[in-house]
Design a protein around this ligand. Sequence first.
Ligand code: 5MM
Length: 340
Amino acid sequence: MAKSLEIVAAALGAPGGGILAADESTGTIKKRFDSVHAKSTEETRRNYREMLFQTEVAMRENISGVILYDETIRQKAKDGTPLVELIKAAGTIPGIKVDQGAKPMAGHPGELVTEGLTGLRDRLADYYELGARFAKWRAVINIASHIPTPACIRANMHALARYAALCQEANIVPIVEPEVLMDGDHDIERCYEVTEATLRSLFAELYEQRVNLEGTVLKPSMVISGSKCTNRAGVEEVAEKTVHCFRRAVPAAIPSIVFLSGGQSDLDATAHLNAINSLGNLPWQMSFSYGRALQAAPLKAWSGKTENEPKAQAALAHRAAMNGLATQGAWKPELEKATP
Ligand code: 5MM
């Protein structure tokens, strides 16, 4: 096992920083742009992402890695510098989303299975040449009355493990992302049960596929009530149940756990991460790999207009700094008053 994988896996979750998930596929980024009445073209997507990656203070201080989409890893900034080089110059590690999306699972109504293993070995070699040092694959687990089924969990976790083994062969750190969706009216206990089953299955598959855990990063959802649950758990309970569940199901050999935000509000995502780290005495570094919870504020501030770029960069810098504090249990709600 190359030592470099372990170094990158530890660096991605080092205290004070976390990952900027900017890997929205073309359809998803269009939805995000539509929400602020911005047009989605190859050029506007480049301009928006270049602006994010040029947010120097955030990139230097609080962003350890950036997850890119295939289009972005090949793009150049307005002055001709490859975006990957901009990211590296800020001391941040470039990464790439390599899954090809969650598709309906045959014979399993309401459930999804992520595709993308075919040709992955060649795509990884190409991405390594383009500068990617870590990759990401997202599996989606839905909760409803009769789902998830064991078959759906197993198929998704098996694919994650096959992907992870191929990444390590290519000297790329795999981020394994088993997202248990927040959608639905289920309570936090049900989320706990599904998250534990999913994580246990994931680590069994990783073991079987001979994936080195020290060179792997876990990107999970938190143990949290469904978004339509009428009796939603508070911040402390989310933190306690998440850590309790992970202590049972996630080996201590994993160096970094970087949470996704999954539709939580910006402030909830920060408060939960902070409460998790405030519990202390954890075997893993607990950080963030947020998409919406980092980008919602800058996206709104930008709204497709060049003249709004400084405001948008200030908004990203603020959220990145708040989450950087949360990785150390040092965030306080009063600090949000400085919100640009
Ligand atoms: C940025 O969004 C990623 C998914 O994009 P597609 O659905 O277009 O493939 C997603 O995997 C993201 O990286 C994670 O879910 C984290 O983002 P959130 O918004 O949940 O923090």
